[in-house]
Design a protein around this ligand. Structure first.
Ligand SMILES: NC(=O)c1ccc[n+]([C@@H]2O[C@H](COP(=O)([O-])OP(=O)(O)OC[C@H]3O[C@@H](n4cnc5c(N)ncnc54)[C@H](O)[C@@H]3O)[C@@H](O)[C@H]2O)c1
Length: 327
């Protein structure tokens, strides 16, 4: 029960206390002291392995997998083999082979299996969906202060993948070209990256992700015909700037273009709370998932292409250490 897994436990307990049809049976961590501490906090049982919990609790139906990414596949596979539905944290896996294995296991065992791209459940993102028309240019920043966590993967798989998933979901187009630069700063892996994607639709998306920043920023801005939309994931705010008919789109430059600013209503909610509630609903109703494993694979494929672009760029610059850096 690491740092993020504890959040999952907290929310399942909250849902239970709010009368949702769910009961937090237990938490699992190979570090038993950690599992004990979280189990005490949320009044459930602690287990040292998946095997222990599935053999003790035949009534177990669903589980969140929030172990380090390199262990997602083995842990989620064991759960699905035992007939348990899973929500697997992002990134889905460190490799496409493991992502495919998870997709196959979910199909074979007929499991509800969701990937934890929780920004899809961010109320600011949900409030943007109805106003999406044809996004043509994205500018995305996700900056974090360094913490010694999630260092089993680089910043592209750790942070940028959230925005890759959102841009791919918004733009609904495949990636045509990747340009990327990235550097290790404090860990042995890429800690800061700047990426430019060109999509088949002609849409361009620029991403900056850093886990060695002095400030925390979570912003996605995009342009679509006659509109500029700015999303602040952290503040859960959306601003929409719309150019009136007399503005630039009319073809005649205007000194005073008519620009209206609006702020779609956003009902504040913790994205993880909304994500787990939605997952549990799919488990109960066996209904379609908002973010299936295939979406996690799609974001992972682009992230891995970006990492290969970063290595390629490093080779050109003779940054030999970085050229050898693995995911
Ligand atoms: N969605 C998000 O915004 C978000 C945020 C943070 C982390 N995450 C994801 O959550 C996952 C966990 O991240 P974290 O920061 O909590 O990591 P962490 O290192 O704090 O915790 C991982 C825990 O897993 C335990 N563990 C390792 N292998 C295990 C196994 N085989 N069986 C049982 N327990 C095992 C470790 O003992 C540790 O306590 C990662 O995939 C990460 O990418 C997602």
């Amino acid at each position: 029960m690491g740092v993020f897994g504890r959040n999952h436990a907290r929310i399942y307990k909250e849902l239970e206390e709010q009368g949702e049809p769910v009961r937090l049976l237990g938490v699992v961590d190979s570090d038993v002291d950690r599992a004990d501490a979280v189990a005490r906090e949320f009044n459930c049982k602690a287990f040292g392995s998946v095997h222990q919990i599935v053999t003790t609790h035949s009534e177990l139906q669903a589980a969140s997998v929030a172990v380090p990414t390199v262990h997602h596949c083995s842990v989620a596979r064991e759960l699905m083999n035992a007939g348990i539905d899973v929500l697997i944290e992002k990134p889905l896996a460190p490799t496409l082979a493991e992502a495919d294995e998870l997709i196959r296991a979910a199909a074979k065992h007929k499991r509800v299996a969701q990937v934890g791209h929780l920004e899809r459940f961010n109320p600011a993102v949900r409030a943007t969906l109805p106003i999406l028309t044809q996004p043509m240019f994205f500018e995305v920043h996700r900056l974090s202060v360094f913490t010694p966590r999630s260092l089993d993967v680089d910043v592209v798989l750790d942070l940028m993948i959230h925005d890759l998933d959102i841009v791919l979901a918004f733009a609904k187009s495949e990636v045509k070209e990747v340009r990327a630069v990235g550097l290790p700063i404090l860990s042995g892996k890429v800690d800061i990256a700047s990426v430019r994607l060109e999509l088949e639709s002609g849409c361009i998306a620029n991403f900056t992700a850093s886990r060695v920043s002095t400030e925390r920023v979570r912003k996605l801005r995009f342009f679509q015909p006659r509109q500029y939309v700015s999303i602040d994931y952290g503040r859960q705010e959306v601003h929409v700037f719309t150019v009136g008919r007399e503005g630039a789109a009319s073809g005649t430059p205007s000194v005073n273009p008519e620009i209206s600013v609006s702020k779609p209503a956003v009902a504040s909610e913790e994205p993880l709370y909304a994500e787990l509630k939605s997952f549990l609903q799919s488990v109960r109703k066996r209904s379609e998932l908002l973010v299936p494993l295939e979406d996690g694979r799609r974001a992972l494929a682009v992230a891995l292409e970006i990492l290969s672009g970063i290595r390629h760029h490093a080779k050109k610059l003779n940054l030999t250490d970085l050229a050898k850096v693995k995911n």
